[in-house]
Design a binder for this molecule. Structure first.
Ligand code: URA
Length: 448
């Protein structure tokens, strides 16, 4: 241990709002990784960092230590651009499942390292694991092989990829220290920088279901991550997208995978499709600097309509050990024992569909975790059939609850009724635009 690095002093310095010496912070983080600093001191440090913040220099040290705790994938042999996207997390966000095969269809290689549900938000790995046989615990060698053969692969973080982040992420999840701009930025960027990419798109969620509900904080997070990527030579773009209501209709692991397959068939909810196409176009431009935005969008639209990305999704599933025939009969993912419709007790205009309580109810229904490594039920969840602005009559369908028993149905029905806030007929609803700001606002020299 360096003489300047006494863990309790580091915690005190941060607690009192001082900026840490880079070498002392690095020694503290490395000491934790080697097992020389105990969990309780790291938990105290994370809370101090959460409350006091980390400046750019400190955040950079955190990114570097996380990145260097593992290895970086070398995918330079692949004959095309390597572009990934990462979302900061939301409710009903199944975009990655559609985007990975679509982007691969557009000629990009997508080596996606994804996460599990965190706090009230869902995770891509849990959604994919709803498919019988699907493995997300690939070795790095197998992962690289699937990316080369299929054009995309999706796996979880391994011991080889930013393992320090993996440990800190799990600790933040249970210590109330998730929604911190520098901690989220460093966590996401350390994983993405380890993927050996040539371009990165970030989907930064904003609204009551996001970790950063306010626009200014979401914008700050987006700017911080874009700056980290670019400082390390990775062309990075962020899009702010709405999370003041669930995305799409389905909320729940199996239900969301089914909806992603519908979208790959050219069907499914319009909001999901709009986000998928906008993000595919951004990824395409990151891989092909100079391509005009309308051309990129046209190509993404044509590719999604061709049916080829669905076939690529089948290949991805099969390459990762899953049952590819699920793309022909995705309704097999509806495995909940019981389901029930929930109807409006009074008519009017839907003012709000609050996403966060739906995410929290998912955990209570058994579709999310209260403890690390807890098994989850992929069948449970919600179909949310109303959007803010809809006019519905008394007895109109609010949604469908999928549960494992009668108690779950009751809980789900009460949740659905409480998240849909009704106003009078004719009330005007102001909702956040689905696609918000881009960071940077327009192309900058660093993108090309
Ligand atoms: N996703 C991550 O990978 N890390 C965070 O801290 C939050 C969302």
């Amino acid at each position: 241990m360096l003489p300047s690095m006494i863990p309790a002093r580091i915690i005190e310095e941060k607690r009192d709002g001082r900026t840490l010496e880079p070498s002392a912070l690095a020694a503290f983080l490395e000491g934790y990784f080697r097992g020389e600093v105990p969990d309780y001191q790291m938990a105290a440090f994370l809370m101090a960092a959460y409350l006091r913040g980390l400046d750019d220099g400190e955040t950079d040290v955190l990114v570097r230590c996380m990145l260097e705790s593992g290895s970086t994938l070398d995918l330079s042999h692949l004959p095309g651009p390597r572009v990934d996207k990462h979302s900061t997390g939301g409710i009903g966000d199944k975009v990655s499942l559609v985007l990975a095969p679509l982007a691969a269809e557009l000629g990009l290689f997508v080596p996606m390292i994804a996460g599990r549900g965190l706090a009230h938000t869902g995770g891509t790995l849990d959604k994919l694991e709803a498919i019988p046989g699907f493995r997300t615990d690939l070795s790095v060698t197998r992962f690289k092989e699937v990316v080369r053969r299929v054009g995309c692969a999706i796996m979880g973080q391994t011991q080889e990829i930013a393992p320090l982040d993996r440990r800190l992420y799990a600790m933040r999840d249970v210590t109330g220290t998730v929604s911190s701009i520098p901690l989220i930025a460093a966590s996401i960027m350390s994983k993405k920088l380890a993927e050996g990419l040539t371009g990165l798109l970030l989907d930064v969620k904003v609204g009551s279901g996001a970790f950063m509900p306010e626009e200014e904080r979401a914008q700050e997070l987006a700017e911080k991550m874009v700056a980290i990527g670019r400082a390390r030579g990775l062309p990075t773009v962020a899009l702010l997208t709405a999370m003041d209501r669930p995305l799409g209709v389905a909320v729940g692991n199996g239900l969301e995978t089914e909806e992603a397959i519908e979208c790959l068939r050219g069907q499914g909810p319009a909001d999901l499709r709009e986000i998928v196409l906008a993000e595919a176009a951004e990824m395409l431009r990151l891989g092909n600097p100079g391509l005009a935005a309308p051309d990129a969008l046209r190509r993404a639209d044509a590719a999604l309509g061709s049916g080829e990305p669905l076939e690529r999704f089948r290949r991805l599933i099969e390459a990762q050990g899953g049952d590819g025939s699920i793309v022909d009969r995705p309704e097999r993912l509806r495995t909940a024992a019981v389901r029930a419709e929930v109807r409006a007790e009074a008519g009017g205009t839907v003012l709000e569909v609050a996403p966060r309580p739906l995410g929290e109810a998912m955990i209570a229904l058994g579709g999310g975790r209260t403890m690390m490594h807890q098994p989850i039920d992929p069948g449970v969840g919600f179909e949310v059939r109303v959007r803010p602005g809809d006019a519905i009559g008394r007895g109109g369908l609010l949604g469908v609850v999928h549960a494992k028993d009668e108690a779950g149905l009751q809980l789900g029905a009460a949740t659905l009724r409480s998240v849909v806030r009704m106003g009078a007929a004719g009330d005007v609803v102001v909702r956040r635009p689905l696609l918000g700001r881009r960071v940077p606002p327009t192309e900058s020299p660093a993108e090309s």
